[in-house]
Ligand binder design. Structure first.
Ligand code: NAD
Length: 483
């Protein structure tokens, strides 16, 4: 099984290699096989990528927005035409089941490109009457933007960052996670095929040091990171020099509150989706499931029954619903959280062991009787481990749900819609759901509050984060000067 790209980097419209960079081995999590060998960017490669983006950006920004949109839309057509091939590559890169990557990864990226291709030409400024004079505003691109990705949704993340940035006239240097470097290279190749000028979208590989070099370069106007909170803090601090703009999409420990009047089957389905999809490696997962006491045992019994039917196996098999974790390190980390859960007295309802399907599998796991202070209720596990906590009153559920440094997402299940809105109104989270979970259509802003991040991706809100407003005062008469 091989997925070796033509070179490690894509700069100025061309494949680019510098074998002096540290070797990065890409493995398929399904079998542990090495599928590609790349090199991390050297300082010369980072410099070439930023210089290329800087050169390309001005002409790209001067292009009519509708023409930029047309190029992005051609890329969308290419992505959709090659859906099966791209899903296969995404599964090799991430180990996620093909039935997920066919519907959730590139397709969501294509939606973002299509949406911003259409939105950018509709952007206008304001005219402000000032007596005889007037002022107007122009929405301008920021310049060179850096995108830094996490490994769980590599192609979707690349598209979600590229779409608002490029449609509004910025250029981008994107650094995917060193663990999943392949999808972003494909995107760069597709953009060129769609007619995008060389240098508008560049990809460089590397670990944190390359991300840090990009985040501190004075030619860069903005850094958009998807990653963990500790990395976010480092990148935010680095971006302070030169007052770079930032978008931060970071980790979470989101609450999902299920009241006793909720449709039980639907709530259980959502709790499973919010903990087991992508083997639990999703930032917005509802990993603290608060269940009202009256339905707790019924909820747990039916949850265990349904969890037992999940089909784990070879990610490339279309029947597989549940794949491996991304790396051996992640496997060790998740298993250590499961051990902590047992040690601290949580009740194991199902799972809790390494799966038999391959070295990186962990069974879908449910703990009940979890208390707020347990490690598995406080820290982001990023694996298929659901913590079920019980509660009695609405006020109690809200207070406990908010008792965390994180604020990415939240969900509520109830038949009482007034209560649904009331509770969501008091939860400290950027992205919320009532009677559903983890749906992130491009029309809806996606982002966080508190330590989970800053800024918004998708929707019209993302435009604010990739453009800045220039105000122009127009004097219509002689200057009234005191001198
Ligand atoms: P990570 O923080 O380890 O790495 C993220 C990216 O940052 C990688 O590309 C990495 O190379 C780079 N990086 C590391 N140190 C850096 C530095 N000092 N300067 C610049 N770049 C640096 O995260 P991960 O393990 O790849 O991804 C998992 C995390 O991402 C989880 O916490 C998850 O919740 C979060 N995540 C958030 C969202 C969201 O939209 N909020 C989406 C997906 C994942």
């Amino acid at each position: 099984m091989k997925a070796q790209p033509k070179a490690s980097h894509f700069i100025d419209g061309k494949w680019h290699e510098d074998s002096a960079g540290e070797v990065i081995e890409v493995t398929y999590p399904g079998t542990g096989e090495v599928i590609a060998r790349l090199h991390a960017a050297t300082p010369a490669v980072v410099d070439a990528a930023i210089a290329s983006a800087e050169r390309a950006q001005k002409d790209w920004a001067r292009m009519q927005p509708v023409e930029r949109g047309r190029i992005l839309r051609r890329a969308v057509d290419i992505i959709r035409d090659r859906g099966a091939e791209l899903a296969h590559l995404e599964t090799l890169d991430t180990g996620k089941p093909i039935q997920e990557t066919e519907v959730a990864d590139w397709p969501s990226g294509a939606d973002a490109l299509e949406y911003f291709a259409g939105l950018a030409p509709t952007l206008t400024g304001e005219t402000i009457p000032l007596g005889g004079d007037f002022a107007y505003t122009i929405r301008e691109p920021l310049g060179v933007c850096v995108g830094i990705g996490a490994w769980n949704y590599p192609s979707q993340i690349a598209c979600w960052k590229a779409a608002p940035a490029l449609s509004t006239g910025n250029a981008m240097v994107f650094k995917p996670s060193e663990i999943t470097p392949l999808g972003a290279l494909k995107l760069a190749e597709i953009f060129i095929e769609a007619g995008m000028p060389a240098g508008v979208f560049n990809v460089v590989q590397g670990r944190g040091a390359v991300g840090a070099a990009l985040s501190t370069d004075p030619r860069v106007a903005k850094v958009s990171l998807t990653g963990s909170v500790p990395t976010g803090e480092k990148v935010y601090a680095a971006a302070a020099a030169g007052m770079k703009h930032v978008t931060m999409e970071l980790g979470g420990k989101s609450p999902l509150i299920i009241f006793d009047d909720a449709d039980l089957e639907s709530a259980i389905g959502a709790a499973m989706l919010a903990n087991f999809y992508s083997s639990g490696q999703i930032c917005s997962n509802g990993t603290r499931v608060f269940v009202q006491k009256g339905i707790k045992e019924r909820f747990l019994a039916r949850l265990a029954e349904r969890t037992g039917t999940i089909i784990a196996g070879d990610p490339l098999d279309p029947a597989t619903q549940f794949g491996p974790l991304i790396t051996a390190d992640q496997h060790v980390k998740v298993m250590s959280y499961i051990a902590k859960g047992k040690e601290e007295g949580a009740r194991l309802i199902c799972g809790g062991a390494t799966g038999n399907e391959g070295a990186l599998f962990v069974q879908p796991t449910v703990f009940a009787d979890v208390t707020d202070s347990m490690t598995i209720a406080r820290e982001e596990i990023f694996g298929p481990v659901m913590a079920v906590l019980d509660f009695e009153t609405e006020e109690e559920a809200i207070a406990r749900a908010n008792d965390t440094q994180f604020g990415l997402a939240a969900g509520v299940f109830t038949a009482d819609l007034a209560r649904g809105h009331r509770v969501i109104g008091q939860l400290e989270a950027g992205t919320c759901w009532i009677n559903t979970y983890n749906l992130t259509p491009v029309e809806m802003p996606f982002g966080a509050v508190k330590a989970s991040g800053l800024g918004r991706e998708n929707s019209k809100a993302a435009i604010e984060h990739y453009t800045q407003v220039k105000s122009v005062y127009v004097g219509m008469g002689p200057v009234d000067s005191p001198y």
